[in-house]
Design a protein around this ligand. Structure first.
Ligand SMILES: C[S@@+](CC[C@H](N)C(=O)[O-])C[C@H]1O[C@@H](n2cnc3c(N)ncnc32)[C@H](O)[C@@H]1O
Length: 456
């Protein structure tokens, strides 16, 4: 999204000088772009480029827009054309880096951010992006240097404190790093009261440090200020400050994941060790045999669509369902689905009797404490002989129980999962232990579960 030009001008009369006309059109295009009207913006950038073929801002922002619409390579070409005309434009290098970053080309992204910083050494966004891609390339020392340089240059940059807090917790080697992360999250909240991710992260770090009372206080204060906000309500329960719900509230899931969708690139990059889609689809593929594009498959809690390329070869028809419209839009841009539905999972499954051959659900049932309703609905939504596969976070112990952890996600014991699947009527249950992602410097233990709906 263009950030450097924000002025909106009303449209001028039709008879205009080419120079004035393109400037006005460009402002209109940018205003439409910033307002999220991508169709209108694309048309207006096109008109600018008809009036002045190589107008660099129009090329640059149209490149960003192409990427937003899933045409990333066309976007790269347009921004490169803009850079040929104005080679020392830090925003253009930064945005080109963002496209490479979101397409997973971390080396290219790094080079672009470095170029942006040569052109504009105090470009905070380029510096924080550089730190993020260094972190994503598992170069923590260099990432740490970039974060510290950023905060030396811009000590009041709230997002920089948030990012450094995340980095310190992600790569924590001792309790001191978690303590420092809490301090940076606190600073980010002080500098920008609207930074809710920093507030949530502060509560999580305090809880990890065993400072449960302080974590509860963070969420209570937040809830007192915003009584209708489902996020502090859920997180208060997650650190023992109120009753635990049977599953995460729909509003909580929507709020959290709509926000997550916006920062998808960054979160994904920071979670290089996120393995749930891979380990789950591998486990399912072992049961399904060679891909024959013959199955009706549901990606339950599809998120941004990471499972689609991994399971697509088995699917005659692949449907994704998710509560978060923001995540579904990302999945749509990624492609690979025949249909995408924004809906609550249990309700959706209940309305699809005997429809699917396979239901795959990576890292989604972690938002369900009570698994029975959703797995019974999954059983009914499968055809006889169909299979369900899902991941969960593991809770140690022999009892049949689950708990809501400080992260806001539920964990379940193996016995609990086995029992719920038995009651729901599943057969051939296979529950294996694996690691799903890295959190606070450690790999999170999980269950990879595959089960079958009996033929009769
Ligand atoms: C951590 S993401 C995982 C997304 C994707 N499966 C993946 O592995 O990348 C969890 C997803 O589950 C969705 N979700 C959580 N609870 C849900 C519910 N009750 N109904 C539908 N979707 C839900 C969230 O919106 C989110 O997109």
């Amino acid at each position: 999204m263009p950030r450097s030009l924000t002025t909106t001008h009303p449209r001028k009369q039709p008879a205009r000088q080419p120079q004035a006309a393109f400037a006005t059109l460009l402002q209109e295009a940018i205003a439409s772009h910033q307002a999220g009207d991508l169709d209108g913006a694309e048309r207006l950038y096109g008109e600018v480029l008809q009036l002045q073929v190589a107008q660099p801002d129009a090329l640059h922002f149209l490149g960003v827009l192409h990427h937003q619409r899933g045409r990333s390579e066309a976007g790269v070409e347009l921004i490169r054309s803009a850079i040929k005309i104005t080679p020392r434009h830090p925003d253009a290098h930064n945005n080109l880096g963002n496209i490479h970053k979101e397409c997973g080309r971390l080396r290219e992204a790094e080079a672009c951010y470095r170029r942006a910083l040569e052109c504009g050494p105090t470009h905070h966004n380029a510096l924080s992006n550089l730190a993020v891609v260094l972190e994503a390339q598992e170069r923590p020392e260099e990432a740490f240097q970039a974060y510290t340089r950023l905060l030396r240059q811009a000590p009041q940059f709230a997002h920089g404190h948030y990012l450094l807090g995340r980095f310190l917790r992600q790569f924590a080697q001792n309790v001191g790093h978690i303590e420092q992360s809490a301090e940076h999250f606190r600073k980010a909240c002080q500098l920008d009261g609207s930074n809710v991710r920093a507030l949530q992260a502060l509560g999580e770090s305090l809880y990890l440090l065993g400072r449960q009372d302080e974590a509860v206080a963070v969420y209570r204060d937040w809830l007192a200020r915003e009584p209708d906000n489902p996020v502090p309500r859920h997180m208060l329960a997650a650190c023992g400050g109120s009753a635990v719900p049977a599953r995460a509230d729909d509003d909580y899931v929507r709020d959290v994941f709509d926000a997550f969708a916006d920062s998808f690139d960054e979160q994904l990059l920071r979670n290089l060790d996120y393995r749930a889609p891979q380990v789950l689809t591998e486990a399912l593929s072992r049961c399904l045999g060679a891909p024959a594009a013959a199955l009706n498959i549901l990606d339950a809690g599809c998120g941004t669509g990471l499972c689609a390329p991994l399971i697509r070869a088995h699917a005659r028809r692949l449907v994704g369902v998710d509560l978060s419209g923001g995540m579904v839009e990302k999945a749509r841009a990624r492609g690979g689905y025949d249909e995408l539905v924004v809906a609550e999972l249990t309700a959706y499954l209940c309305a699809q009797p005997a429809t699917y051959d396979v239901i795959v659900s990576a890292d989604t049932l972690v938002y369900f404490g009570e698994l029975r309703p959703v797995l019974s609905a999954a059983h009914a939504a499968l055809r006889p002989g169909g299979r369900v596969g899902f991941t969960l976070e593991a809770l140690e112990g022999d009892a049949e129980c689950s708990e809501l952890s400080a992260s806001g996600r539920y964990r379940h014991t193996r016995a609990c999962v086995q029992r719920v699947l038995d009651v729901a009527g599943f057969r051939e249950v296979n529950i294996s232990a694996d690691t799903l992602r890295r959190e606070a410097g450690r790999m999170v233990a999980g269950w990879v579960v595959v089960a079958c709906r009996g033929v009769i």
